[in-house]
Design a protein around this ligand. Structure first.
Ligand SMILES: Cc1cc2nc3c(=O)[nH]c(=O)nc-3n(C[C@H](O)[C@H](O)[C@H](O)COP(=O)(O)O)c2cc1C
Length: 212
């Protein structure tokens, strides 16, 4: 277990292969507290965190998650090139893990569904949900628990939110399946920092980004 925040950030990978073993409530509460500590617009705290352990409810959502994989995400993975910082082998591994999570989504012992009470959601609304999501992912990692930021259920938003039982005016922004990881944490794969960082003028790479 590590407490170094920089190491935690560099090793908070999508952990898609999770054991079905139960996770103590005390750890879930710790993760939720980390989420509720996040920045949010005007500190209005319109977020609501729906913890789901009910297998039937998770499975009802998994059906839509899988349908979206079969129709949209699977074909996209099959037809796309490896992203920066990875290679064909690593990308194929990621594709396999994505497929695995698709089949086993509902078997993660706990889900946290991050929602906002906002009848007219827009891009600004999401900005009040994702800092909490990221805090939760980092907290889970710090506790040795695996998770993945997932949003794919939103391809079938109406159907999935009905399966989640969300009332009118409440929308979901992410589902975090949480459990003990089958594999080990390791460094995330990203492209070089200098390739995505400019100094003063758009397109002018900052040499300083190579250091540090
Ligand atoms: C906005 C967003 C949505 C995502 N949705 C999904 C998802 O629905 N299912 C999934 O398996 N991974 C999802 N991911 C995880 C990404 O695929 C993952 O972070 C990326 O492949 C990099 O992998 P790494 O974090 O392990 O380095 C999502 C990530 C983000 C930021």
């Amino acid at each position: 277990m590590t407490q170094d925040v920089f190491e935690i950030m560099q090793t908070t990978r999508a952990m898609r292969r999770l054991k079905p073993d139960p996770v103590p409530d005390a750890l879930i509460v710790k993760i939720l507290r980390a989420g509720a500590a996040a920045a949010n617009g005007g500190n209005t705290q319109k977020w609501r965190f729906l913890v789901i352990k009910d297998g039937a409810k998770k499975q009802a959502v998994q059906r839509w998650y899988k349908k979206a994989y079969d129709e949209v995400i699977g074909p996209r993975y099959a037809a796309s090139a490896p992203p920066p910082g990875t290679d064909a082998t690593k990308y194929a591994r990621q594709h396999n893990a994505v497929e695995y999570l698709t089949e086993h989504f509902h078997e993660a012992p706990v889900w946290i569904v991050v929602c906002l009470e906002d009848p007219k959601p827009n891009r600004m609304s999401g900005a009040s949900a994702y800092p909490a999501v990221q805090n939760m992912l980092l907290a889970a990692r710090a506790l040795g628990l695996g998770s993945t930021l997932t949003t794919r259920h939103l391809i079938y938003e109406k159907e999935a939110e009905a399966a989640l039982g969300l009332p009118p005016g409440v929308h979901s922004y992410a589902i975090l399946p949480i459990g003990w990881p089958m594999g080990k944490f390791g460094p995330v794969g990203r492209g070089p920092l200098e390739a995505i960082t400019y100094l003063d003028n758009w397109g002018e790479h900052w040499e300083g980004a190579k250091g540090g």
